[in-house]
Design a protein around this ligand. Structure first.
Ligand SMILES: NC(=O)c1ccc[n+]([C@@H]2O[C@H](COP(=O)([O-])OP(=O)(O)OC[C@H]3O[C@@H](n4cnc5c(N)ncnc54)[C@H](OP(=O)(O)O)[C@@H]3O)[C@@H](O)[C@H]2O)c1
Length: 269
């Protein structure tokens, strides 16, 4: 297999390192290119054994997949590199947030199969939740799903549902980090110093994450297991108004999904 990455930044490296570590591809099957020859890309070549090239003819010859992993604003320059050499058999996979399949098709002036992936930064620890949608002519989807599941899990969605996926999982980690941040700040109000508050919150989050991973129980059952009648947890939960919290979260997610929709409309103009 030959997989060519246009862009070797944070997201691309999380993806190809996941693929290599999970042995779904050999390093020799990965080709990287970026805008400029830089130390980072040389590092990947020397340490992982992947190929690096700035020759688009060589890169795109017999490519099975080309992964678009630049920032969306760099896509016109990436497209001008790819357009002349893209072969009909090559599947195009875009990880560019907010960039629609029809935009990729228009810029590349191609009828090739195109998939759009919305990963999140948890790809760096192989726990990305990847939203994925396809052009109607993208038929061989199982192979791509196997590649994408090397750095997380995959949910197939219609393209117009990408806004909700972007809010739920693309931005979702930031919402959870914000809650942890406020939790740590609240511990400081209780009297812990900053270092203690960070240490306690960090380990609480790691432990809760592992419980979620290892247990088959629902969030609600995990919570109930540590809530005894008239105990301390029940007292705390009584003070925490679940319905208000839910309203805040719905407002948060709706704002993020609406912004994603606005950004893709800007792109149409
Ligand atoms: N990071 C995330 O959490 C996340 C989540 C979901 C989706 N995404 C999407 O993933 C994409 C990449 O994000 P990132 O955070 O990885 O960005 P990044 O670290 O800035 O990397 C962008 C890469 O694109 C390369 N590039 C720019 N112009 C190019 C050109 N003309 N030809 C070839 N390569 C070119 C850059 O090369 P130079 O370094 O040489 O300029 C760099 O290697 C974005 O579209 C973003 O929307 C990111």
């Amino acid at each position: 297999m030959k997989i060519v990455f246009y862009g070797a930044g944070n997201m691309a490296s999380a993806i190809f390192i996941g693929m290599i570590e999970n042995q779904v591809v050999e390093p020799s099957e990965i080709y990287l290119t970026s805008r400029s020859m830089q130390e980072k890309i040389k590092f990947f070549k020397e340490n992982l054994g992947v190929n690096v090239s700035y020759d688009d003819t060589e890169l795109l010859k017999d490519a099975d997949y080309v992964i678009l992993a630049s920032k969306p604003q760099s896509f016109p320059s990436v497209a001008s590199r790819i357009r002349p050499y893209l072969e009909p058999k090559t599947k195009v996979v875009s990880v560019m947030a907010g960039t629609q399949i029809k935009t990729v098709r228009r810029e590349l002036k191609t009828e090739n199969p195109i998939a759009r992936i919305m990963p999140n930064t948890n790809a760096m620890v192989r726990h990305s939740v990847n939203g994925i949608s396809y052009s109607s002519n993208f038929t061989d989807r199982d192979e791509l799903i196997e590649l994408m599941e090397s750095f997380g899990t995959t949910v197939t969605v219609e393209e117009d549902e990408m806004h909700n996926i972007t809010a739920a999982t693309g931005s979702g980690s930031a919402f959870l980090y914000y809650i942890y941040e406020k939790y740590a700040e609240s511990l400081m109000e209780l009297g812990f110093d900053e270092e203690e508050a960070m240490f306690l919150t960090r380990n609480l989050v790691i432990g809760a994450g592992k419980m979620v991973e290892d247990s088959e129980l629902s969030f609600s059952d995990l919570r109930k297991n540590i809530t005894s009648k008239r105990g301390t947890t029940e007292a705390g939960l009584d003070a925490l108004d679940g319905e208000s919290l839910k309203k805040i979260l719905i407002t948060t997610l709706t704002a993020a999904a609406s912004r994603s929709e606005e950004l893709s409309q800007d792109e149409d103009e």
